[in-house]
Design a binder for this molecule. Sequence first.
Ligand SMILES: [Zn+2]
Length: 437
Amino acid sequence: MPRLRRPLVAWLAGAGSLALVVTATPAVAQPRPDLPAYSAQLDRAQPGDAAFLSAPECSEEPRELPVNEFTDHRELGIELDRIESASGGAVDVEQVGRSNRGRELWSARVGTGPKAVLLTSEIHGNEKTGTDAIVDLLDWVGTSDSAKAKRWREELTIVAIPKMNPDGAELDRRGNDMTWNEVTARHPQLRNSPQAWNYYTDARQGDDYAATPGFDTNRDYHPDLGYVPRAEDFPGSSADTGWYITPEAQTVRDVYRGLTAEFGKVDTYVDLHHQGACYVMPDDPDEFVTLSISGRFVDDPATTPGYEQYADYDLDYSKKLNVAVNNALQSAANNRPLFGNVTLYPQDTNLPGTGLGAFALNGSGAVLFEVRGQTQTLGQQYRAVLTRSVYIGLDGMLSAIASGRVDQLDPAAYDAIPPRGPNIGDASAARGTTLER
Ligand SMILES: [Zn+2]
């Protein structure tokens, strides 16, 4: 049995103390000293890269590791407020919902262009680089006078919901913090139905869900954006649609639906995750995978019974977006080889209950980032460079959308991205279970 980790931050804040977050903003906006957007140094090879790139040993066994360098919920509120102020309002920060434990869910919107791009991070609270990369990106696009930033602001409307599962993030764990009784209190029609399959009440990834249960929020989506939970749809399964029973998924759905009403469609949806720490390149078992990406999450709806109405599904566009991500990282690899260790996430999944699956079925180009190592295995090790890899990928993709170059990219280049190699430290494989990614 893995040792159970205790959350580093155990407080459950009420509305009163959360209000303090907003008022705690510094009067004068200061740039963050470690801001990767301004540091070319981060793109050049570093002394630690050799260790990253040579894989003598690696373990997926959960451990207690520090994560304090990542942006936590309180710091995120301060950072977003600072960026809104420093950008002179170009970045518009809004509270769009609350988590099950009452923490604010914020959206940050920048740009006035016709193409809407939705970014989310930390739906799994132990997968944290996406939030830091979004903060860096908002800071740059909101404040830069460069021609590139101006073009982004003219061509794109970027809406980010960083740290969309703040309760899980504060507990530094995958699931949210919500009991089945809380679900049935809000949805009385489910009182006699079986509990959802993605309701965690056991130990996993080193976290004790028996004492503090929660849901995998990333299986709580449904391509029918107006779906209301029905008892006969439970317990469901990973291959089924979800239900919008968590306030976190509901909030992202509401933002997505609002953008659809405003723009006709959401051009692109990106969800930022982490995967196991010990995947290696397919052609070199001595090099770890920095990042796996994907644009395919569901079976083709045209040939899937019950999904025929999702006729706007556009796998080729998702592939082109992923090619733009990969191209940017391969260019960056000229200076720092580990940026080039990009592989394709497994392509045989059918997950209509994920945000990516549900929104892809609604016609959005969809991009998954799976950065190396969740916090129970890597902690904050390699935080800066892994955050930078997310930033570079997003930067390349957004530039390609803003310029229109994305339409000229070849979807076949997506299929040529190498597949993920084996996991050399998968302790769970020996126990007959599979890794959660
Ligand atoms: Zn994840």
